[in-house]
Every structure is written in structure tokens, then in C-alpha cells.
Ligand binder design. Structure first.
Ligand SMILES: C=CC1=C(C)c2cc3[nH]c(cc4nc(cc5[nH]c(cc1n2)c(C)c5CCC(=O)O)C(CCC(=O)O)=C4C)c(C)c3C=C
Ligand SMILES: [Fe+2]
Length: 426
């Protein structure tokens, strides 16, 4: 029998830390067992679940607005665009009722009904027998193409909804653009996103076809902080600092939600315009760019996230004191995006960005970037105006938008019995 003494020096040196690690796992198991009864792992829970508390975290499905817009960013996000295969308004209604039922179930959690072994199981099984909600939100939005001749919905289209067209720096890939529907799925874990998507696909074979899909992430720490810590993007900058405060309902009414006084169809009230952009980063050249240049491109300190010349992340720059851009250049990304003048106050938006990282391009470059998602009460005043101001910015050398689309996030479902898009299809 071999002992620690018989091992080669490097292996023997590794043993104590291995033991410490195993002991640590034992202590973790003990800590989990001490937690509340509902949080304790149960037979059938997803294997490898380290934090049952997080698995049973829930976001309410019913409400005036859909969840997943002002909800603090969960760790994982999937964007799935669908083509609608329904061929008349009744089947479209069946689709939205089905989507509503599935989302209500998946966000609440529970057991999938058992079926005869001769039939396909009702659930993929990838989350175990007991399907945990895992802080899941599924936000459904409709695209411009849903309002074509198929369902007779053209007169009911949200007035600012339009097909995304190309900006000068775009290299749009047709396979990554547009869609009749866009479902933004967010949760604590990626397995929950995949489970939710497969559930939707399984229940809608005659109604939906997947058009494109992308997955993204933010750091576990930023997600756990419930919005207190700003996520860092793959260029190494805190991204989301300047967002309006989602805990301020009056501000959200002004910036995000379509209101009753808006020049929009009545069914659209409490919905929101969603702009999605898949933006690739040229990280190799960015990583060879001097820190000073990186910081002046954004207008913020890379480490602290503070505006240049200021100390703290949430300090508010006074551009009136810096009219020539000596501290924060006039063409810095943050200054162009939000010049903070009375005239530009109506171009505010809520950003909900996630990083993505895929493989390597044919020329050996890393394929990674940002799934940029933003919400606003008016697409033209929000995203389109801001993007126009950003056109030609210094950041463009390091980024390339390759896909996305414009959508309208439906109003929420008030309670059981109601369904998504009910007002639109009434
Ligand atoms: C059209 C809207 C915007 C696009 C597209 C966009 C792309 C983009 N942004 C970053 C990184 C950062 N953006 C930051 C601020 C910021 N960006 C927008 C809008 C778009 N960004 C706004 C409205 C703001 C807020 C400005 C403000 O209120 O001061 C920042 C600074 C930190 C922060 O406030 O979040 C960073 C960093 C990337 C990498 C990117 C596309 C590749
Ligand atoms: Fe930005």
C-alpha cells in the first residue's frame, strides 16, 4: 500500500491541499443541511446543485409588466428568436395561451406529470424530477414581421415598431437577425435556460420554429449582488452604471413603460420597446490598446468605473463644467450616449447587457462580445436616437454589430386566466 511518504515530492506536496479541499466539501454539505427545510436538497433535485437556496428563488410571473426587464440581472441569459408557424389568428391565440401556461409553470416550478413509458416523457428531465424555478424569467416580445398580412394585425402594430436596418459599422448576418417573436430567458443557471427552451419547443412543434439563438453571462458575483454590483463586460469595463434606477417606479414609467397617454394602441400600455444587438468585440487589438486610450474611449476609469476626473462609480459628471471635453472627451462613449442635457432626457433607456463567448474564427480570433439589450418607452427617442449619436465613435474600431432586431415586449399578464398578447388578439 502506498503512503504519502512513498509519493514523488510534487505529488506528496499536493496531498494536504487535496485533503483540505475534500474537507471543505464535507463542511459545505453540513452547511447546506443546516438551511431551511424548503432549501434542503431533495431526491430528484438537479445533480450537482451546490446552492439549493438559489435554485428555489422565484420571480413572480403575473403582474402589470413582464418580469425580466427591471428584474435584477440573473447570471445567465438566452435570447431566442422564433418564426411563428401558426397560420391564422386562432392558432396564434393558441400559441400565446400555451406560452403563458408554460412560462407560468416553469417560473413557479414543480413536478412534470408522469406519463406511460410508451409515450415520450413530458419533461426533458435535465433539471431532475422536481423542476426548480432558479430565478427564471421569460420575457416575450413581438417583432415587426408578426404584423404582416398573416394575422391581420397591421392596424394594431405599436407605432414605433420597425424592422432593424443597417448602421454604417454593422456587418449583419441574416441568420442572426429579426424574428416574429423574441424570448429573453434569464435564470441563475444555464441548465435552466436550456430546460426552458426545450420545454417551449416541445410544446409548440406546429406553432414555432427557432430562427436564431445566443447565450450570455454576467459574473456570478454581480448576479448574486441583485443589481448592487455592476457587471464587467469583456472589454474589462463596468457596464450598466448609468442605468436609471429600477427601484423608482415613477422613473420606470417615464423611461421604460408605454403609458396611457402615449400615442400607441391601448393594448400596448405597460409594454416596452426592446432593441437587441449582437455586438462582436475585437478583443485582441483592444488588449493591445493603452489603458489611457481605453478609458478616454468610454469616459470612465477602468478599475473603479468612475467618470474620468471623479472618484466613485456613481458620481455624476457635470459636462457643463467641461465644455471642451478636456476631462471627458466630447466623443467619449458615455458622453455621446447620454449628454445629460434637458433636450436629451427623453433618450434614456434601461440596458441589460450580457457577455457571450463562443469559439474561434477561421482566422484564429476569439469570437466574443456583448448581447446588448435595452428597453425604452419609445424606440425612436431611445435606441435609435442614441445609436445615431454613437455612429462614428472611437469605440467602433473595436466592435462590430452582427445581428439582433427590434421587438415590442408585451404587457404583463394580470393573473391566472389571462394570457400574453391578450389585448393584441382581443
Ligand atoms: C444605442 C445604445 C448603446 C449601444 C449600442 C451601446 C454599446 C456599447 N456600450 C458599451 C459599453 C458601455 N456603455 C456605457 C454607457 C452607456 N451606453 C449606452 C448606450 C449604448 N451602448 C448608454 C445610454 C450609456 C449610459 C451613459 C450614461 O448615462 O452616462 C458604459 C459606461 C458605464 C455605464 O454607464 O454603463 C460602458 C462601459 C459597449 C462595450 C458597447 C458595444 C459594444
Ligand atoms: Fe454603451
Amino acid at each position: 500500500m502506498s503512503t504519502d511518504k512513498d509519493k514523488k515530492p510534487r505529488e506528496a506536496a499536493a496531498m494536504p491541499s487535496r485533503r483540505r479541499w475534500l474537507k471543505g466539501l464535507g463542511a459545505l454539505g453540513g452547511a447546506l443541511a443546516l438551511r431551511g427545510a424548503s432549501a434542503a436538497p431533495a431526491a430528484g433535485d438537479s445533480p450537482g446543485t451546490l446552492s439549493p437556496d438559489a435554485r428555489w428563488q422565484r420571480q413572480p410571473f403575473y403582474g402589470l409588466h413582464q418580469a425580466g426587464i427591471t428584474t435584477p440581472q440573473q447570471a445567465a441569459m438566452m435570447l431566442v428568436a422564433f418564426d411563428v408557424l401558426a397560420d391564422d389568428k386562432d392558432s396564434l391565440r393558441r400559441l400565446f395561451r400555451l406560452l403563458t401556461d408554460r412560462i407560468a409553470f416553469l417560473t413557479e416550478g414543480g413536478r412534470a406529470p408522469a406519463v406511460d413509458e410508451k409515450l415520450p416523457p413530458m419533461d426533458s428531465g435535465i433539471l431532475g424530477e422536481r423542476i426548480a424555478p432558479d430565478n427564471l424569467t421569460m420575457t416575450v416580445a413581438v417583432g415587426d414581421s408578426l404584423f404582416d398580412q398573416r394575422f391581420g394585425l397591421a392596424p394594431r402594430k405599436p407605432r414605433r415598431l420597425q424592422k432593424m436596418t443597417r448602421f454604417a459599422n454593422d456587418a449583419l448576418d441574416a441568420d442572426l437577425c429579426h424574428g416574429d417573436l423574441l424570448v429573453q430567458i434569464c435564470a441563475n443557471g444555464s441548465d435552466t435556460l436550456i430546460h426552458a427552451l426545450r420545454d417551449i419547443i416541445k410544446h409548440t412543434p406546429d406553432l414555432l420554429g427557432v430562427r436564431w439563438k445566443r447565450e450570455g453571462f454576467i459574473s456570478a458575483g454581480a448576479a448574486r449582488s441583485q443589481g448592487k454590483e455592476t457587471p464587467i463586460n469583456l472589454l474589462g469595463f463596468k457596464d450598466g452604471t448609468g442605468n436609471p434606477d429600477t427601484r423608482d417606479p415613477a422613473l420606470m414609467d417615464r423611461v421604460i413603460w408605454v403609458g396611457t397617454g402615449a400615442d400607441e394602441p391601448a393594448w400596448a400600455v405597460n409594454g416596452s420597446y426592446q432593441a437587441v444587438r449582437i455586438i462582436r468585440f475585437h478583443v485582441e487589438s483592444w488588449d493591445r490598446t493603452p489603458l489611457h486610450e481605453q478609458q478616454t474611449i468610454f469616459g470612465r476609469d477602468k478599475r473603479t468605473g468612475a467618470p474620468l476626473g471623479m472618484a466613485r462609480e456613481h458620481d455624476v459628471p457635470d459636462y457643463g463644467q467641461d465644455p471642451h471635453g478636456r476631462v471627458i472627451p466630447l466623443d467619449a462613449h458615455m458622453r455621446l450616449a447620454n449628454p445629460r442635457t434637458p433636450a436629451t432626457q427623453d433618450s434614456l433607456m434601461l440596458r441589460r447587457g450580457y457577455s457571450y463567448s463562443l469559439g474561434v474564427s477561421r482566422s484564429g480570433q476569439l469570437d466574443m462580445g456583448l448581447l446588448f439589450v435595452c428597453y425604452q418607452h419609445d424606440l425612436a427617442k431611445g435606441f435609435l436616437t442614441v445609436q445615431q449619436r454613437l455612429n462614428g465613435e472611437a469605440l467602433e474600431e473595436y466592435i462590430q454589430p452582427i445581428g439582433g432586431g427590434y421587438f415590442f415586449a408585451l404587457p404583463g399578464v394580470a393573473g391566472p386566466g389571462g394570457y400574453l398578447a391578450q389585448g393584441l388578439l382581443a
